[in-house]
Design a protein around this ligand. Structure first.
Ligand code: NAD
Length: 481
């Protein structure tokens, strides 16, 4: 095994495999980030078995010991945020400041859930029968399978692993095959954190092998999945059929309504900052901008001017404002949708071109489309690239109707100085998260995160809401004789 080869972590041991995934830097294809072992079916079963046998002791471990371990992980992540942020940018392609920011967020999540480990509350309630006592307890849900996507390769694992461990569960974690380096680095930190063997297991590899086994195994009590809607649907069926618990966060096509009375500069900031930044590779991106007639032209012009100035380049270059697309497959998806948008009559104001840079990578200029309608394919479907579409609505009511006219409902936003419209939008939007005079991407970690409609399924993630998924309730009756 060379130092480039990274193994899986099963039952407290590092275990290699002959099947290695090449992790290449999308900013520079000559840069090999590492070779990551894809877990075999047997190794995945071993990880599940290890998590099952570690469960009784870990679920009975003192909250203080759990808190100390999680705090230790948070402290190390924070201390190494620049190094790990650079690793993240190398493997995923988001610019270095965002890479460091994401590692910082992962650290904050571990520190937050270190404290939450001490706050596993229950309820003592009077019985309807004299003399009987009733308690409602929150207990660990058991062995949890965590399946994550490539676009937030350390924050999403952190917001699943930290609460899972805090509430006494054992973990089988599968990062995205495309971005295993951050998941591996996090596993390496966890392996030195004082966790007993088997409490945390890392199984890298393909969804169709590793992920499928996690979804089907009756020894996995609960599955938390973030990824695409299509994959999510399949996993949901498998887990539900065997009676497992499931939580899912999936795609988005978030609307941002811009009313005539909006502050134009703020609206342009939100419309561009919430869409094409991060190469548009955020589930919460506001990719549908719906503007009323009095501001439409100025907004479109402002967005195009801003987008044209954005520097697309190597993610590790501090001058870059947008990094590359994550891989060749995603680049071809983006180009296919750009072709569809051109073909369905949307007006391309800028971008949508593949760019040459000194290093070989997947560079694409951010595309702004105007004169779009909500029935266009590129407006209805999630692209997951740096493409933003602007639509015109006659007034607030029509803008709201267009915003809500989507199968997806992750987040939504409105730019307005009208308190009346802001309040009404917060009430009538059919998304799980609503933003006023802010981009729809960019959330806090101590409050619930999640969408509605086809974007999400099951209990919310993050904040104190994570307890609902990672614990299960027991009602105890006592007759003290
Ligand atoms: P994906 O669905 O292709 O993969 C997600 C994970 O599922 C990966 O680990 C993958 O290996 C695994 N997987 C794939 N096939 C599987 C199978 N048959 N059984 C079990 N596991 C399987 O998604 P992606 O391309 O990695 O990520 C992009 C998608 O994620 C976008 O749709 C984006 O909107 C969504 N996303 C949503 C959120 C959110 O919180 N709502 C956050 C980030 C990303």
């Amino acid at each position: 095994m060379t130092s480039m080869e990274k193994s899986n972590y099963v039952a407290g041991e590092w275990v290699g495999s002959g099947d290695l995934s090449e992790n290449r830097n999308p900013s520079d294809l000559d840069d090999l980030v590492g070779l990551y072992a894809r877990a075999s079916a047997q190794q995945t079963h071993d990880a599940i078995a290890a998590a099952k046998s570690a469960l009784p002791a870990w679920s009975a471990a003192s909250p203080q010991s759990r808190a100390e371990i999680l705090e230790r992980v948070g402290v190390e992540l924070l201390a190494r945020r620049e190094e790990l942020g650079a690793l993240l940018s190398r493997e995923e392609g988001k610019i270095i400041s965002e890479g460091i920011g994401e590692v910082t967020r992962a650290a904050q999540l571990f520190k937050f859930y270190a404290q939450e480990a001490l706050r596993v509350e229950g309820l003592a309630i009077a019985s309807i029968r004299p003399g009987v006592r009733v308690e409602v307890r929150n207990e660990p849900v058991g062995v949890v399978g965590l399946i994550t996507p490539w676009n937030f390769p350390i924050a999403i694992p952190a917001w699943k692993i930290a609460p899972a461990l805090a509430f006494g569960n054992t973990v089988v974690f599968k990062p995205a095959d495309l971005t295993p380096a951050c998941g591996w680095a996090l596993a390496e930190i966890l392996s030195r954190s004082g966790l007993p063997a088997g409490v945390f297991n890392l199984v890298m590899g393909r969804g169709s092998v590793v992920g499928d086994i996690i979804a089907r195994s009756s020894d996995v009590n609960a599955v938390s999945f973030t990824g695409s809607e299509a994959t999510g649907r399949g996993i949901r069926t498998l887990v539900a059929e065997r009676g497992g618990k499931i939580q899912q966060e999936m795609g988005g096509k978030s609307p941002l309504v811009v009313l005539d009375d909006a502050n134009l500069e703020n609206a342009v900031d939100c419309a561009i900052g919430g869409s094409v930044i991060s190469t548009g590779q955020r589930c919460t991106s506001n990719t549908r901008i719906i503007a009323t007639p009095g501001i439409y032209d100025a907004l479109v012009e402002g967005m195009a001017a801003r987008a044209r100035k954005l520097v697309v380049g190597n993610a590790l270059d501090p001058a870059s404002q947008i990094g590359p697309v994550v891989d060749e497959r995603q680049l071809s998806v983006n180009l296919r949708y750009i072709g569809i948008a051109d073909g369905e009559g949307a007006r391309r104001l800028c971008g949508g071109d593949v760019l040459d840079r000194p290093q070989r990578g997947f560079y694409l200029s951010p595309a702004v489309y105007a004169d779009c309608t909500n029935d266009m394919v590129h407006v209805r479907e999630e692209i997951f690239g740096p493409v933003v579409s602007v639509l015109k609505a006659a007034d607030y009511e029509e803008a709201l109707a267009i915003a809500n006219d989507s199968d997806l409902g992750l987040s939504s936003g409105i730019c307005t100085t009208s308190l009346k419209h802001a309040e009404d939008f917060k009430t009538r939007s059919t998304s799980g998260m609503v933003f006023v005079n802010l981009p729809t991407a960019g959330v806090d970690y101590h409050v619930p995160f999640g969408g509605r409609k086809a974007s999400s399924y099951g209990p919310r993630e993050q904040g104190r809401a994570a307890r609902e998924f990672f614990t299960t309730s027991k009602t105890a009756y006592t007759n003290p004789l």
